[in-house]
Design a binder for this molecule. Structure first.
Ligand code: LLP
Length: 420
C-alpha cells in the first residue's frame, strides 16, 4: 500500500498535489512519501514479530537519501552498508554504529579502517582474504571486530541474472562447502570475534522457495559449526523480498515471508538479522516527469518523449524493468505509445507499446515504484545533471536532495595548463 493517489482527479503524494512539486522544483524529480516508508517499515517489522527481537538493517543502497535514512532510523532500523560512502551516510542520518552491518565483496583497507574507527556492529566477511586483512587491522588496535561469514548457498533466486547473488558462480560469499574450514580459521585469528553467518541470495524475489532452500542449507551449516565447537549467535538472512511493479501483481507478502522464516529457522536459537531494501522503499517513491512531446512518424506507434531518462531511472534500460506509468491529471482516455527519454541511445526506453493514460506535451506523469534503486542509480549521462528528490509528510514537503546542475558537475573538472 502506498500514498500516491487521486484527490479530485489529480495525483497527490499524501496531501500534496504533485503538480505543486513540479511547479516549484521542476521535473524530473523523485517524490517519496514518509507515511508509506513508515508503514512499510512497521509492516515488515510486525511480519517478523514471531522471531523475537530480529535486527533489521535497511539496505542503504536501495535509497541512501539522508532524509529517508533518518525516517527509518526513527523506526528503529539499522543500516546495511556496502561502502565507506554509505557508512558515512548512515552515521549522518543518526543511525547508531552498533546497528550498522558492513556487507560487500570489495571492502578496501581504508573502508575497513573507517568502519573499525566508528565501531560498527558487524562486518559481513566475504572471503578468507578479507577476514585476514580485517583481523590484522583490528588486532593492531587491540580490538576484536564483531564479524559474520557470508556464505554463498548456491541457490538460484529465480530473479534477473544481474541481481542474483547466491549462485556458486556469483562473486559473493564463500562456498558453503568451504565455510566450516574458513570459519574455523577466522575464529582462531586475534582481531576477530566471529559471531555468525550471513547470506543474501538475490533481489526482487517473486517466490519464497529459493529463500527457504537457502535457509535450509544455512541451518545445516549452523549445526555443523556448533558441533565443531564454534560460537554462532547471529544469522543474517539478507534482503531480497520482491515488490509488485505492476498494478494487481501478486507477490509473497511480508507476513508470508515472516511465517516462512519462522518455520525454516525454528529451534536455531540465534538472533536473526535482515537487510531489506526494496520492500521498504520501492513503493514509497515515484519519479515525476513531464511530457516533452509526442513524436508521430508514419503509422508506427508514437513515441512519448518525457523529460526523465535512463540517467534518472536506470532500471528499465539495465534490467528491462517495468514501472507503471500514470498521468497526474488523467482524463479517462488511453493511448498506446513507446515511452522514451531524451538520451541519445535506444536503451533510453521506459516502455514499448505501453497502453497508458492519454497525455500531451507539457502534461505531468509518474513512474511508480521508483523509491528503491531509483535516484541512487542516477548518473549525469548526456550532461543532464543529477535529479532532485522531495520528501512528503501529510501536507508538508521539502526538497531533500537538490538538483545538481550540469554546471555544478563541470565545475569539478578542469583543463590542465599543459593542454593550453
Ligand atoms: N543485502 C545485500 C548484501 C544486498 O546486496 C542487497 C541488494 C540487499 C541486502 C537488499 O536487497 P533488496 O531487499 O533491496 O532486494 N539495482 C537492482 C537491485 C540490486 C540489489 C543489490 N543488492 C535493481 O534495481 O533491481
Amino acid at each position: 500500500m502506498d500514498h500516491f493517489h487521486l484527490i479530485d482527479g489529480a495525483l497527490h503524494a499524501e496531501q500534496v498535489p504533485l503538480e505543486d512539486i513540479a511547479r516549484d522544483v521542476g521535473t524530473p524529480v523523485y517524490v517519496y512519501s514518509r507515511t508509506t516508508l513508515v508503514r512499510h517499515a512497521q509492516v515488515f517489522r510486525k511480519a517478523l514479530s514471531a522471531l523475537g527481537d530480529p535486527h533489521i538493517a535497511f539496505a542503504v543502497k536501495a535509497n541512501p537519501n539522508l532524509a529517508v535514512l533518518n525516517v527509518l532510523q526513527r523506526e528503529g532500523y539499522g543500516a546495511d552498508v556496502v561502502s565507506g560512502g554509505e557508512l558515512q551516510r548512515a552515521l549522518a542520518a543518526d543511525i547508531a554504529p552498533k546497528d550498522i552491518v558492513f556487507s560487500g565483496v570489495g571492502k578496501t583497507g581504508a573502508e575497513l579502517d573507517y568502519a573499525l574507527d566508528t565501531g560498527i556492529g558487524q562486518f559481513n566477511i566475504e572471503s578468507l582474504e578479507e577476514g585476514t586483512e580485517l583481523a590484522h587491522l583490528a588486532d593492531a588496535r587491540n580490538i576484536g571486530a564483531p564479524a559474520a561469514l557470508r556464505v554463498n548457498p548456491d541457490v538460484d533466486a529465480r530473479t534477473h541474472a544481474k541481481i542474483s547473488t547466491g549462485k556458486a558462480e556469483n562473486k559473493f560469499g564463500v562456498a558453503i562447502s568451504d565455510a566450516p574450514a574458513i570459519y574455523a580459521r577466522l575464529t582462531a585469528m586475534p582481531g576477530l570475534e566471529m559471531r555468525g553467518i550471513a547470506m543474501h541470495i538475490g533481489s526482487q524475489m517473486a517466490s519464497l522457495e529459493p529463500l527457504e532452500a537457502a535457509i535450509g542449507k544455512m541451518g545445516v551449516l549452523l549445526g555443523e559449526l556448533r558441533a565443531a565447537g564454534h560460537t554462532v549467535t547471529h544469522v543474517d538472512l539478507g534482503g531480497g523480498l520482491g515488490v509488485p511493479y505492476k498494478a494487481g501483481e501478486e507477490l509473497p507478502s511480508p507476513t508470508e515471508y515472516g511465517a516462512m522464516i519462522a518455520r525454516a529457522t525454528k529451534g536455531w536459537n540465534a538472533r536473526l538479522m535482515f537487510e531489506p531494501g526494496r520492500v521498504i522503499a520501492g513503493n514509497a517513491g515515484v519519479l515525476l516527469t513531464r511530457v516533452i512531446r509526442l513524436k508521430r512518424s508514419g503509422n508506427r506507434t508514437p513515441f512519448m518523449i518525457v523529460d526523465a531518462a535512463m540517467n534518472d531511472l536506470a532500471r528499465p534500460a539495465l534490467y528491462g524493468a517495468w514501472h507503471d506509468f500514470e498521468a497526474v491529471h488523467p482524463n479517462g482516455e488511453k493511448m498506446t505509445v513507446n515511452i522514451v527519454g531524451p538520451i541519445c541511445e535506444t536503451g533510453d526506453t521506459f516502455a514499448m507499446g505501453r497502453e497508458c493514460d492519454a497525455l500531451e506535451a507539457g502534461d505531468l506523469a509518474i513512474f511508480r515504484t521508483a523509491g528503491a534503486y531509483g535516484a541512487t542509480m542516477a548518473s549525469s549521462y548526456n550532461s543532464r545533471g543529477f535529479v532532485a528528490e522531495v520528501l512528503v509528510d501529510g501536507d508538508k514537503w521539502s526538497v531533500v536532495a537538490d538538483r545538481i546542475s550540469p554546471e555544478a558537475i563541470s565545475a569539478a573538472e578542469r583543463v590542465p595548463d599543459w593542454l593550453k
